[in-house]
Design a binder for this molecule. Structure first.
Ligand code: IYR
Length: 222
């Protein structure tokens, strides 16, 4: 292993015993209250919260450190309106034609339909793109590696950071999402992955009754 490009990283300090346990439990207590939100108020998220959450997302590991992601932050009511119209068109096709009976059945507990008022109401939409190529010099393109995996990891951190700051999110994925490239003027090597709805939940906050799998169900220890 060639360590020529390495330098000392002072940020890692050993966290011992009880301290480690307490911190891991505190983090779990914080994140276990995250829920997908489908009723948003119109209250605005401060710019500073959006900015530091995106900086947090940008700390995700990525293939060959290419950081192959773009977070398109949308607050403009006209752009939201356009995105809502395009998303609802795809959703109507999904609910009326594309979705199988089984899929529709699986969605029943969530009570969702093609009406997506939160795409206009919520404070922000963050359209998340994976860069399938990197802009190089002039007309040439550089490569990116594992752009989709890397961007999904970054998205997880973004959702966690927003939740930690009291912001509710919904990972909305109308398919196909190509209309986002048109609405936002982005070339096709930007692959739209998720339209993240971000804002403050309408009070009192209401979410579907559901249970999370236990540790035993989601883990195998060797
Ligand atoms: N995209 C649709 C349908 C939908 C699909 C899944 I998988 C969900 O977990 C929730 C909804 C919609 O947003 O209504």
């Amino acid at each position: 292993m060639n360590l020529e490009n390495y330098s000392e990283w002072g940020s890692f300090r050993d966290i011992e015993g009880e301290d480690a346990t307490r911190r891991s439990q505190e983090f779990y207590e914080m994140i276990r209250t995250r829920r997908s939100i489908r009723q948003f108020s119109t209250k605005k998220i401060p710019d500073s919260v959006i900015e530091s959450a995106i900086l947090a997302a940008g700390t995700a590991p990525s293939g060959a450190h290419k950081q192959p992601w773009l977070f398109a932050v949308i607050e403009n009511p006209e752009v939201k309106k356009q995105i809502r119209a395009a998303a609802e068109e795809e959703e109507r096709a999904f609910y009326e034609r594309r979705a199988s009976e089984q899929w529709l059945n699986d969605l029943k507990p969530l009570g969702t339909d093609s009406d997506k008022p939160y795409l206009e109401r919520a404070s922000h939409l963050i359209a998340i793109f994976a860069k399938l190529k990197d802009e190089g010099d002039g007309d040439s393109f550089g490569r990116t590696y594992y752009p989709i995996e890397s961007t999904c990891i970054a998205t997880g951190i973004l959702i966690t950071a927003l939740h930690n700051a009291g912001v509710g999110t919904l990972t909305h994925t109308p398919k196909p999402l190509k209309f986002l490239n048109r609405s936002l003027g982005l070339a096709s090597h930007y692959r739209p992955l998720i339209l993240l709805v971000a804002g403050y939940p309408e009070q009192p906050v209401s979410v579907p009754r559901l249970e999370r799998k236990s540790l035993g169900e989601i883990t195998k220890f060797y």
